[in-house]
Each structure stands twice: as C-alpha cells, then as structure tokens.
Design a protein around this ligand. Structure first.
Ligand code: NAD
Ligand code: UDX
Length: 460
C-alpha cells in the first residue's frame, strides 16, 4: 500500500504531474524535491516557477495538505514508498555521444542517492524520458550499491505537452506503465495502476514490458515531430507553387488515417523534447548498427533546422538583402503559446541568424523574462554578452517593440497577437512595413489591406 510518493525533480514535468496526482489522491502524501533551492522557493510561493494554465489552482488546493516541496532529497527518499525520477535528461554536450545521446548523469545520481538513503524496499519509477534499456542501468546501480533492500523499477513516461499540461494530466489519452514480467514486477505495476486509477479509466492505462514502455515514449515524440517536419517540408513547396499549406493540411487531415492534429505548419518545432528525443533515437540506432534507421529519423531534425533558417533568410532577402542596423520586432520568444519555456525555441535561432546579419531585435513576449532570453543567447555562444545586449532587447509593450521597426516576425502563436491594434502598429513602422507570420495566426488579407507586405509560411 503506497502511503508516500516522492518525486525527484520539480520541473515542468515533476511539478504539474505530482500536483495533479496529489489532487486526485488525497490519501497519499506527495513530496517533491529538487536541488535547485530557488525553484523550490518559487513552488512554495504565489509566483510558481512555471507558467501553465490551471496549475495555480491545482497547487493551491494541494500544497501544504498532501503536497510538499523541499530540497531534502535524502529525507524524501527515506520517506517515499514509491519514488519518481523526473529530472532533466538533456542532449549530451561532451564526450561519447556528444550532440546526440541523452545525458543521464542526473538520472544516475538519483539512482545512487536512492540506493544510499533507502531504508526499505522501494518502487522506483522512471518519469524522465530515457533511452530504451536505461532501466537496466538503474537496476544495476540500485542493486550493487543498496544496503540489502530490493527495488522494482517501472517506466512511466509522461506525455503531457506544455501549455496544456493540466488538461493533459487530468484527461490523458493513455497512461503507459512498463515493468518486469515477473510476479514482483507485476505487483509494482499494479501499485502504480492504483494511483492512476483514482481518475484515469482503467482501459486507458496500458501496461507493457519495461523496454516497450521506454521505447514508446521516444517513438511517440519522433512520430509527432515527423508530422510537423512533413508539413513544413510541404510548406516550402507550397510557397514555390502557389498552393496554400493550410488548405493542403486540411485536405489531407480529413482522411481518417491521417487525422487533423499536429499538421500546423510553423517556423519550426521547439521545446525541450522533440529534438533531444529524436537525436537520442538516432544515437541509439547508430549504437545498434542501424544506420539507415538513424538517417531516416535524423532528417526530421534537419528539416526543422531548414525551416528556421529558411524563415530567417526570407526576412533578410525580403528586406532588400540586408537587415544591418534595421529594427526587427519579434512577437513571441517562448517555443509555443501558454508557456514561459523557451528551450529550443525557434525564436532563438531566427534571432541568431538575423543578428549575424547585424539586425537589431526588439522582443515582446507575455510570459518570458528578459534574463531568460539573454541566457538563451548566451548558451548559443555565438557572440559576447555585450554584443547580445547591443543587438537584442525586450520590452513589456508590443507596440513599443514594433515602433520604428522595418519588419515584424511572429515567432509564437500567443492568442493576444491576433487582437493587437494593427492599424496603430502599421502607422508607427518604417515603410514599406513587412510582416512575417511564422505561426499562421494572423489575417493575411486584413493586414495587407492595412498596407503591410505580408509573408506567411506556406502561402504561395
Ligand atoms: P526540468 O529541467 O524542467 O526539471 C528537472 C529538474 O530536476 C530541475 O529542476 C533540476 O534542478 C532537477 N534535478 C536534476 N538533478 C537532480 C537531482 N539529482 N536531485 C534533485 N533534483 C534534480 O525538466 P522537465 O522539462 O521537467 O523534464 C524532465 C524529464 O521529463 C526529461 O527527461 C524530459 O525529457 C521529460 N519530459 C518533459 C516534458 C516537457 O514537456 N517538459 C514532457 C514529457 C517528458
Ligand atoms: C511534446 C509532446 O507533444 C508531448 O507529448 C511530450 O510529452 C513532450 O513534447 P511540447 O514540446 O510541450 O510537447 O509541446 P507540443 O505541443 O508538442 O509542441 C512542440 C513544438 O511543435 C512547439 O514549438 C509547437 O509550436 C510545434 N508545433 C506543434 C507545430 O509547429 N505544429 C503543430 O502542428 C504542433
């Protein structure tokens, strides 16, 4: 019987996932721990560290009742009967597998800490996205360093998308749980099934062997990203031929075998997952000698890079082949609407390319903080911070961002951009006033009628 659940990692997954689980399981105590004190402080304040619609209410209803945050990793490990590992698994930036393999050092550290501090048998749940067969390494660390306690390792990948995390968690298409195909493994699976069953219909909880579960997560992300790269590849052909990518997407999406979702052409997918997980899949394929399979999936990332470059190049060529000294306004910096997350946001790469061409960029985003934006640019290591600060700025007012700009680029699909006073924006811009819609959210005809020269991805 599970009385206490511990989650290591209070990020975009750990925080919302445990908050919803706590809401739905008032009889279980949830303890979320993180090594990042500032993040834990923010979770305990009124200003949560992540912006996610509906999250505030869930945290308000559970925090201090059966949901607790702290940096006491050892204490939380001792206390939890079931321990979720929900730490980051970024692309490795050094050594073997650099630029492709997932960096599992944080996961390994969690396993070592669990083995060190556990004072009884535990169920350890992989919530982080991990390469297939990681559970084997976790088991090895647990069994070789523990003090005689036994551990069951489950894989329970998370499928939430940022911006809709609470809805996704409340009504998941499915929950996936993988475990060992023996008696102890099955018992551990049923413990976790019980936790989810308090709100997820049993038929939506899929149980598999542990390797299938691990691989399903990478595969799901690869398939989703592949759809975006496929429609983005067609967007380039639309522009060359006069076809309209939205009409094409609608036409193909009505085929029930294809379906309408995830066919929105854009400046390119961002976020912390898609690129990282596909590169990880590519690395795994290479590791197993499956070079053709690796090349196949690698193309999804290459096409995404092409789309971002194509968008930035379009801005430069349209602005008479130079953006040097010209002000370009960016509407949006987050990788998608309804989140403050900027990891791998297309905006970063478009800005970088335009700044290489000496553009001055003024950004407005309703949720992203200026310091985050500069950190994103710093991580690219393209130019000095001084240079970044000279060429890139953020304002809290979209009209200020667009004032005296030669062009506007829409990088995130925030709903509020549709309701801006576009007449006013046009009046205060340099002429000709260019508008590049990288998210297909604006009314192209209405903007053309105002006087803008509009470029929309995938429209001939
Ligand atoms: P994140 O960076 O937002 O959060 C991870 C947290 O783990 C950080 O706060 C970090 O300080 C903490 N941490 C790292 N090592 C620790 C340790 N040893 N002890 C305690 N805390 C530690 O990452 P995230 O976006 O929540 O992603 C976590 C995992 O979930 C990744 O594997 C990711 O691929 C996967 N995932 C993410 C999403 C998403 O939308 N972000 C969706 C599904 C799956
Ligand atoms: C993704 C997966 O959807 C989720 O299941 C997984 O758990 C984590 O990774 P996330 O990255 O948070 O979620 O958001 P998602 O909605 O998938 O969007 C990813 C990127 O693709 C965003 O930049 C988004 O703007 C872009 N996108 C999405 C498109 O360009 N077109 C689409 O049709 C859909």
């Amino acid at each position: 019987m599970i009385k206490t659940i511990t989650c290591i990692g209070a990020g975009y997954v750990g925080g919302p996932t445990m908050a919803v689980m706590a809401l739905k399981n008032p009889g279980i105590k949830f303890h979320i721990v993180d090594i990042n004190q500032a993040r834990i402080d923010a979770w305990m304040s009124d200003d949560l560290p992540i912006y996610e619609p509906g999250l505030d209410e869930v945290v308000k209803q559970t925090r201090g009742k059966n949901l607790f945050f702290s940096t006491d990793v050892a204490g939380a490990i001792k206390e939890g009967n079931m321990i979720f590992i929900s730490v980051n698994t970024p692309t490795k930036k050094y050594g073997v597998g650099k630029g492709r393999a997932a960096d599992l050092k944080f996961v390994e550290l969690c396993a070592r800490q669990i083995a060190q501090f556990a004072e009884e048998d535990k169920i350890v749940v992989e919530k982080s996205t991990l390469p297939v067969r990681t559970a084997q390494s976790i088991k090895k660390i647990l069994s070789s360093t523990s003090n005689g306690h036994s551990f069951q390792v489950l894989s329970n990948p998370e499928f939430l998308a940022e911006g809709t995390a609470i809805d996704d968690l409340m009504k998941p298409d499915r929950v996936l749980i993988g475990g060992d195909q023996n008696e102890k493994g099955q018992k551990a699976i049923s413990e976790l099934v019980n936790v989810y069953s308090s709100w997820v219909p049993r038929e939506n909880i899929i149980t598999t062997n542990i390797w299938s579960s691990e691989l399903s997560k990478l595969t799901a992300n690869a398939f989703l990203a592949q759809r975006i790269s496929s429609v983005n590849a067609i967007s380039a052909l639309c522009e060359a031929t006069g076809a309209d990518v939205e009409e094409v997407a609608y036409a193909i999406g009505t085929d029930s075998r294809i379906g309408p979702k995830f066919l929105k052409s854009s400046v390119g997918f961002g976020g912390s997952c898609f690129q990282k997980d596909i590169l990880n899949l590519v690395y795994l394929c290479e590791f197993f000698g499956l070079h053709e399979v690796a090349r196949y999936w690698e193309q999804v990332v290459s096409m995404n890079d092409y789309q971002k470059t194509r968008f930035a190049s379009k801005i430069i060529t349209t602005l008479f082949n130079t953006v040097s000294g010209k002000k370009i306004a960016f509407l949006g910096w987050a990788f998608k609407k309804d989140t403050n997350d900027t990891r791998e946001s297309a905006a970063i790469y478009v800005a970088d390319q335009l700044m290489n061409d000496e553009a001055d960029i003024s950004v407005y985003d309703p949720q992203v903080e200026e310091a985050r934006m500069y950190k994103d640019m710093e991580e690219l290591e393209t130019r000095t911070m001084d240079r970044n600060k000279k060429q890139l700025s953020m304002t809290e007012d979209p009209y200020e961002a667009c004032k005296d700009a030669h062009a506007i680029a829409v990088l995130t699909e925030w709903d509020e951009f549709k309701d801006l006073d576009w007449q006013r924006i046009y009046a205060n811009m340099k002429k000709p006033a260019f508008l590049f819609d990288g998210r297909l959210i604006l009314d192209r005809k209405a903007l053309s009628d105002i006087g803008f020269e509009v470029y929309t991805i995938g429209k001939g």
